[in-house]
Write a new protein. Structure first.
Length: 284
C-alpha cells in the first residue's frame, strides 16, 4: 500500500508541478478542471446517482468551469461572491455536523447533488483566481491547508487523547483528536511566519495570503489563520460524513493508494473560497 501511495503521489506531482509553475495559468486551469470534474463525478456516485448521471455530473461541472473561464471570472469577481461562499460553508457545515450522518440522508438527492456541484465549482473558481493572480498566492493557500493536515497527523499520533479525552468528531471521523487539530493550527502559524520571512527576504513575485492578512494587524492575521485552519478540518469532516452516509471508505479508486480526488481535495474545498473571502476583506 505504501509503495502504491508513493508511486501515485510521484505521478501526480509530475503532472501538477509543471502545470502549476508554467508561465501561463492555462495549463493549471485545464488540469484543475479535470480534477474538479472527477470530484463532481465522485460526488454524484456518493449521493445515489447512477453511472450515467454521475458522468453527466462531472461534465456539467467542467462546463460550468469552462464558462467561468470564458467569461473572465477567473480574473476577478465581486467580493460578495466570496463572502456568500464563505457564509454558505459555515452555515451548511454547522448544520451537517450537528445533524450527523442520518440528517444528511434526509436531504433530497437532487438538492444534495446541486449543493455539492455548486461548492466544487466555487472551489475551482477560487483556485483559478488565485493562480491567475500569482503562483505564490495559490501556493500559500495550499501550504496552509497541507500544514494543518500534516501537523495534525503527527500531533494526533504523538498525543492521541492524552490531553483531551473526547475526540473531535467521534461519530463522523473517530480518528481525529483535539490534540491533532491544535497541533495542526500551531503548524499553520509556524509555516505562515516562515513563509512571510522568506518571501520578504528573497522578494518572491506576487503576494501571499499570510502577508496580505498581516497588513490588517497581528490580531486579524491570527484570527484569519484560525478560521482557515478550522474550515479545512471541517472540509475533511464533511467529506467523511458524506462517505459514511454513502457507506463507502473512499470517494473512488481513481488514485491508487489514496482513494479518490475528493479524498485529496476535501480540506481545500472550503479553504479556497474562504481564503478568497479573506483576500477581499478591505472591500467589505
Amino acid at each position: 500500500m505504501l509503495k502504491q501511495r508513493i508511486i501515485t503521489a510521484l505521478a501526480l506531482l509530475a503532472i501538477l508541478l509543471p502545470a502549476l509553475f508554467a508561465d501561463s495559468p492555462q495549463p493549471f486551469l485545464i488540469l484543475s478542471i479535470v480534477l474538479i470534474a472527477a470530484g463532481s463525478w465522485e460526488w454524484g456516485r456518493m449521493n445515489g446517482l447512477n453511472s450515467f448521471h454521475s458522468i453527466l455530473s462531472g461534465l456539467l461541472c467542467a462546463i460550468l468551469c469552462g464558462f467561468a473561464w470564458w467569461a473572465h471570472w477567473t480574473v476577478e469577481s465581486p467580493a460578495w461572491v466570496w463572502w456568500l461562499a464563505g457564509s454558505s460553508w459555515v452555515g451548511l457545515t454547522a448544520w451537517m455536523l450537528q445533524r450527523g450522518v442520518e440528517g444528511w440522508r434526509f436531504w433530497p438527492r437532487g438538492l444534495r447533488w446541486v449543493v455539492g456541484v455548486g461548492l466544487l465549482f466555487l472551489a475551482w473558481l477560487a483556485m483559478a483566481q488565485a493562480r491567475t493572480a500569482s503562483i505564490q498566492l495559490l501556493l500559500s493557500i495550499f501550504v496552509a491547508v497541507w500544514a494543518a493536515d500534516v501537523f495534525a497527523y503527527f500531533f494526533g499520533r504523538a498525543l492521541g487523547t492524552k490531553i483531551f479525552p473526547r475526540k473531535l468528531a467521534p461519530s463522523v471521523s473517530p480518528g481525529k483528536s483535539w490534540e491533532g487539530a491544535i497541533g495542526g493550527l500551531m503548524g499553520v502559524f509556524a509555516v505562515a511566519f516562515i513563509w512571510m520571512q522568506l518571501a520578504q527576504n528573497y522578494a518572491w513575485p506576487g503576494t501571499n495570503l499570510f502577508a496580505h492578512m498581516w497588513q490588517h494587524g497581528p490580531f486579524l492575521w491570527a484570527l484569519s489563520l484560525i478560521f482557515l485552519t478550522a474550515m479545512s478540518v471541517v472540509g475533511d469532516l464533511v467529506e467523511s460524513l458524506v462517505k459514511r452516509s454513502a457507506g463507502v471508505k473512499d470517494s473512488s479508486n481513481l488514485l491508487p493508494g489514496h482513494g479518490g480526488v475528493l479524498d485529496r481535495l476535501d480540506a481545500l474545498l472550503p479553504a479556497l473560497p474562504i481564503a478568497m473571502m479573506l483576500l477581499h476583506w478591505p472591500q467589505v
